[in-house]
Design a protein around this ligand. Structure first.
Ligand SMILES: Nc1nc2c(ncn2[C@@H]2O[C@H](COP(=O)(O)OP(=O)(O)OP(=O)(O)O)[C@@H](O)[C@H]2O)c(=O)[nH]1
Ligand SMILES: [Mg+2]
Length: 391
């Protein structure tokens, strides 16, 4: 599957930057083009300058609202982020139209952090613009949910998340939910941590995008998972996970390929990788809420066998009981057996519903507060009304 990736705001830009690196790696390591183009959109010049892998010209790093914000961001007001995206969205469309081999793109992926201003506001507006302009290509969103400490210390974050999630759900073909809190690791500085988190967010996409674009016949699986399978799977709220297990590169002398012990170990390793992928989903959720799911098994061809694939399907079906499951095998990698899992069309995300409830209570609290402030102001005006003004 080939993606055109668009990162909005600082978070979106950085994760998109990681996709640009993924595109370079698939090209260099495998001769596969999995990413057609990567662009970053921001109202903040400094954030755009901080990217590493996205091409540095103005067509790939697109500044919006330069006149209104002076290139300094929108300070968490996502309505302003949305407004700037509406005003300057044509810059993005122009850049996309100029993409070499754009016609090869299977889908768009628009990325942002939900709690900020620019990305949170621009993501749904740009998604809508892309949907109107490129009617036949699906547009997916990937939304990073804030860390717990942000929700506690910055009240406005909740409102941004609530409005961003609702708007994205209404307009995108599917929304990948990524919970930053799940990736936190102790003892690493926040900056390093964000880079590590972004790496982990993008990793599950690597084989998933490559499998259907493989050109070398020796790496083509018995059941290829291609763009069609992925597009059929992605609907509504979606999560993604990845798990891997190391396997010895050198077989012991006398270890027969057909030996039953080897087969049992392979199956165990496969199920172990699947369990890890489910345990590391981008957002904690109940797999039985998924109406669609897919998994891709990637392993050296000598490690693949039908029993393993059957076992993995059964293992996923036992938890995603209501889902139509699509699957594929990809005979790549060395010394590694990995599984990427997608659960989609989730009918009930507890975390998302919690955000909506909290947003509604934030709105009513701020309304009450505003009323109080207006009342107090009126008091002042009343007190000085008989004093002449010098203005
Ligand atoms: N995973 C991940 N999350 C990030 C990263 N940077 C920021 N975030 C998250 O995204 C949220 C939005 O922040 P930003 O992307 O900086 O905000 P912005 O879209 O640039 O908006 P403004 O700066 O307010 O104009 C933050 O609250 C973080 O939770 C990142 O590099 N990776
Ligand atoms: Mg910013």
């Amino acid at each position: 599957m080939k993606l055109t990736v668009i990162g909005c705001g600082q978070c979106g830009g950085r994760i998109a930057d990681q996709f640009a690196l993924l595109g370079k790696s698939t090209h260099v390591q495998r001769g596969i083009e999995a990413v057609t183009n990567v662009l970053a959109v921001n109202s903040d010049i400094a954030d755009l300058s901080g990217l590493s892998h996205i091409k540095s010209d103005y067509q790939h790093r697109i500044l919006i609202g330069g006149q209104k914000t002076g290139g300094h961001g929108v300070g968490k007001i996502n309505e302003l982020g949305a407004e700037l995206a509406r005003e300057d969205g044509d810059k993005l469309i122009e850049s996309i139209s100029a993409t070499q081999r754009f016609f090869e793109t299977d889908a768009f992926l628009v990325i942002a952090g939900a709690a900020g201003g620019t990305g949170s506001g621009a993501l749904p507006v740009l998604t809508q613009l892309l949907k109107e302009r490129y009617m036949h290509k699906p547009v997916y969103n990937l939304i990073a949910l804030p860390f717990r400490y942000e929700e506690m210390t910055e009240e406005r974050s909740i409102y941004n998340v609530g409005t961003c999630l609702k708007s994205a759900y209404l307009v995108a073909d599917a929304v990948f939910l990524v919970d930053n809190q799940r990736y936190i690791e102790k003892n690493i500085s926040i900056r390093n941590n964000l880079a590590k988190i972004n790496y982990l967010i993008v990793k599950p996409f690597y084989n998933l995008l490559c499998a259907g674009e493989e050109i070398d016949s020796k790496y083509i699986g018995s059941r290829v998972l291609d763009a069609g399978d992925i597009i059929q799977t992605l609907v509504g709220w979606t999560v993604i996970g990845y798990g891997e297990v190391k396997i010895p590169r050198i077989r012991l002398l006398g270890e027969d390929k057909l030996h039953f012990r080897k087969k049992v170990t392979e199956t165990q390793k496969g199920v172990q990788a699947m369990d890890k992928a489910i345990g590391e989903l981008s957002l904690k959720c109940d797999a039985s809420d998924a109406r669609r799911a897919l998994y891709l098994l990637t392993a050296p061809s000598q490690e693949m066998n039908m029993d393993l694939i059957k076992e993995l399907s059964a293992s996923l079906k036992s938890i995603a009981t209501q889902a139509i499951i699509r699957s594929g095998d990809y005979p790549r990698e060395k010394g590694l057996l990995s599984v990427s899992v997608v659960l989609s069309d989730l009918i009930n995300s507890r975390k998302v519903i919690e955000y909506f409830t909290k947003t509604i209570s934030y709105i009513s609290i701020t309304k009450r507060r505003r009323g109080q402030i207006e009342y107090e102001h009126r008091g002042i005006e009343e007190a000085f009304k008989d004093i002449p003004s010098l203005l």
